[in-house]
Ligand binder design. Structure first.
Ligand code: PLP
Length: 395
């Protein structure tokens, strides 16, 4: 049996006529820059995420970049973030001339640890208040502890940019004005940054991204920055760039958005099935650490997107050998991420390399992502767990 890490073909096969119709419609319109397809998707995504506005952008990376540019983040500024995420989270901080400041992650969620954020903010206040923004990442499709992070951000009056690239539609309980509601990624901070890279839960047929926000003035700056800061045309009060979402991508994404919740649900079903199979195989007790859905509704009335499982990541002993074993048996898997950001060579020989962030480093040494895409067949899930069981049985 062959179980790829991700197979986009079943989705394409099911939606092919609608996707081709959408692409043809844009081509025939001869309107190839922004326009109605983009603004319509902006409204739909904003509504889906529970934010006031959406701004269509060229990628998730550019959404982060434009957010930082729009806050006028630059040399001398620090941006507080997690060391355990995709490179773009740090790359954009460095590209605007600021420096990342890392604190460790929580072991249960792989997301930034609010206790350490509190400490870093307190220290920063003593050291001249250089932290310009906080970027929590909703890693693998599960929200960071936004309740605590937003309370801290409010206390210190520092804007939060949610890196929601892996977490469109992910929900967490959020208390506001005495009532607890479920809020979606990208609706709690100043803004949320989304990616439509093909491997995300909502993926285009190329690159694309979006920023969501309910802060009107900030949104106007982002809109200006995505178009060279031109206001009006050919008059530039600020230096932006070309960060526009392509209308072909917008039209295709609008088709797919209709199915997103059913895909999320299928990924959650696969995750539940994995849990059951790992338990039955006797691996869940002390061999394989399964991902924890920290906001899962204990009542069993589990219709919330508490985790959208963009990735299903387990922690395992002998990770690299298991990975090889899975590859030899045609099971796709991947390491997200093998090296923490504070250890990346591009930072040069610096203080970062001496920083110890043990939880993130341990995750980088033992994490492995398994196939979780919606259309997986039950036999495939069974085969994945059986292949893992056989690996540990012979040890
Ligand atoms: C995918 C991703 C990005 C970047 O998105 P692109 O659209 O590929 O530029 C940023 N942050 C995280 C956490 C991601 O997973």
């Amino acid at each position: 049996m062959n179980v790829p890490l991700l197979d986009l073909r079943p989705q394409l096969t099911a939606l092919r006529p609608q996707i081709l119709e959408a692409v043809t419609r844009v081509i025939d319109s001869t309107g190839y820059i922004l326009g109605p397809e983009v603004s319509s998707l902006e409204q739909k995504i904003a509504q889906y995420c529970g934010a006031g506005y959406g701004v269509g952008l060229s990628s998730g990376t550019d959404a982060l970049l434009v957010a930082l540019m729009s806050l006028e983040t630059g040399p001398g500024d620090l941006v507080l973030t997690t060391p355990y995420t995709f490179f773009a989270t740090m790359g954009t901080i460095l590209r605007v001339g600021a420096q990342p400041l890392f604190v460790d992650i929580e072991p249960k969620s792989f997301n930034i640890d609010p206790e350490q954020v509190a400490q870093a903010l307190a220290d920063d206040r003593k050291n001249g208040s250089r932290i310009k923004a906080i970027i929590p990442v909703h890693l693998y499709g599960q929200c960071a502890d936004m309740q605590r992070l937003m309370a801290l951000a409010t206390e210190y009056d520092i804007p939060v940019i949610e890196d929601a690239a892996q977490a469109i539609g992910a929900e967490c309980p959020y208390q506001e004005d005495g009532a607890v509601t479920w809020r979606r990624a990208g609706s709690m901070g100043l803004c949320g940054c989304f990616s439509f890279f093909p491997s995300k839960n909502l993926g285009g047929i190329g690159d694309g991204g979006m920023l969501t926000s309910s802060a009107r003035h900030f949104v106007e700056i982002v809109q200006s920055n995505r178009n060279h800061g031109a206001e009006p045309k050919y008059y530039h009060s600020r230096v932006g760039g070309n960060f526009r979402l392509d209308p072909i991508q917008a039209a295709v994404l609008a088709v797919k958005l209709e199915y997103l919740d059913s895909w999320h649900a299928a990924r959650r079903r696969n995750a539940d099935r994995y849990r059951q199979l790992f338990n039955e195989a006797g691996l869940a007790e002390n061999v394989v650490a399964l991902p924890q859905a920290v906001y899962a509704d204990a009542s069993g009335a589990d219709d919330h997107n508490h985790h959208i499982y963009n990735q299903f990541v387990i922690l395992v002993p002998e990770r690299d050998r298991l990975r090889q074993h899975l590859q030899e048996h045609a099971v796709g898997c991947e390491i997200y991420y093998p090296l923490c950001l504070h250890q990346q060579e591009c930072l040069g020989p610096s203080l970062y390399q001496r920083q110890s962030l043990p939880v993130a480093e341990q995750a980088a040494a033992s994490s492995l992502a398994l196939p979780i895409y919606p259309e997986l067949a039950d036999e495939q899930l069974v085969y994945v767990v059986e292949t893992i069981r056989r690996f540990y049985q012979t040890r």
